[in-house]
Design a protein around this ligand. Structure first.
Ligand code: ZN
Length: 302
């Protein structure tokens, strides 16, 4: 079994997200996620909050109504001990089904401000009359992974109680839900209730070896000393991307299954074309992997 993490919620909360996404096909919409973490570190969304009356909806930007979020947060914590574990927004009909570099920046800086070790970001999309939603989990080191959905049947036990009690504070989307099949899995399909303190890598992938993880940490440390906005995204169990957002042309290094036999792939973040005028030859001879990377990096001419 290979997966890179899970997220749990109820069908009612996915239906709520779906309705919100479907009613806004051309402008961003969004909201917040309330819930808890299981003892195995899996985020569990119990209740989804929609956009407040003063939220800003633009084609490429959503900003929540903070007074609305605060009031909801007060009640959800006080009455149900549910915490603000993440946020969501829809990239509607845009191609982007994952966080933009701006989304990653603002998520990481928000986490830093609130001293949160983990935070969830859901990105919704509108696709020909149907909705879809992808889940991402950030950690405070700037690492983020895509999560698989564990969907529990039926309604969240908090949905009806809370909506009845605080009808004036609840955003009610119109229409019917229509969610495309999600990237889903079962809670206990690895026999361990999804225990997941560490990212999981495929056997044979370089980061499945402890020694190489130290080398990777040294590479990331080096890049973080050079740039402010460095984040690490685990695409799947044999691909990790290091994204550098604050250079003139945002780009990423992709460490795929062929690494370290081949160089990490250098790609621009906004297009698939490498943006460099000179790429040196990749060699690890006589060097540790981090030394080889740093040597390589310093010879690249963008
Ligand atoms: Zn976004």
């Amino acid at each position: 079994m290979t997966n890179t993490g899970k997220i749990i919620t109820y069908q009612s909360e996915l239906d709520y997200l779906s309705k919100c996404i479907l009613e806004s096909p051309r402008r961003e919409t969004g909201g917040n996620l309330f819930g808890l973490w299981t003892p195995f570190g899996i985020p569990f969304i119990h209740y989804v909050v929609g956009p407040g009356p003063k939220a800003v909806h633009e084609p490429t930007h959503f900003r929540q109504d903070f007074a609305f979020l605060d009031k909801n947060a007060d009640y959800l914590v006080k009455e149900h001990a549910l915490h603000h574990i993440g946020s969501w927004h829809s990239h509607h009909s845009l191609g982007l089904a994952e966080p933009s570099s701006g989304d990653t920046d603002s998520t990481l800086s928000g986490m830093k401000e609130c001293h949160l070790p983990s935070f969830i970001l859901l990105i919704g999309n509108y696709r020909h009359g149907k909705s879809t939603v992808n889940a991402f989990r950030y950690d405070s080191k700037g690492y983020y992974v895509k999560l698989k959905w564990v969907v529990l049947d039926g309604d969240s036990p908090f949905r009806k109680t809370y909506d009845n009690m605080h009808g004036d504070l609840v955003y009610e989307p119109s229409g019917e839900p229509c969610m495309m099949p999600l990237d889903a899995c079962k809670l206990a399909d690895d026999g361990q209730l999804g225990r997941q303190e560490r990212p999981v890598f495929a056997p044979g992938y370089w980061l499945s070896v402890a020694e190489n993880r130290k080398e990777f940490a040294a590479i990331v440390k080096f890049l973080k000393a050079e740039f402010d906005a460095v984040s690490i995204f685990q695409v799947d169990d044999a691909t990790v991307e290091v994204r550098i957002m604050d250079s003139m042309v945002p780009y990423k290094f992709v460490f795929g299954a062929a690494f370290p036999k081949e160089a990490p792939k250098l790609l621009a973040l906004k297009s698939k074309k490498p943006q460099c005028s000179f790429v040196p030859e990749w060699t690890t001879e006589g060097m540790s992997l981090s030394e080889a990377f740093i040597h390589y990096f310093k010879s690249i001419r963008l």
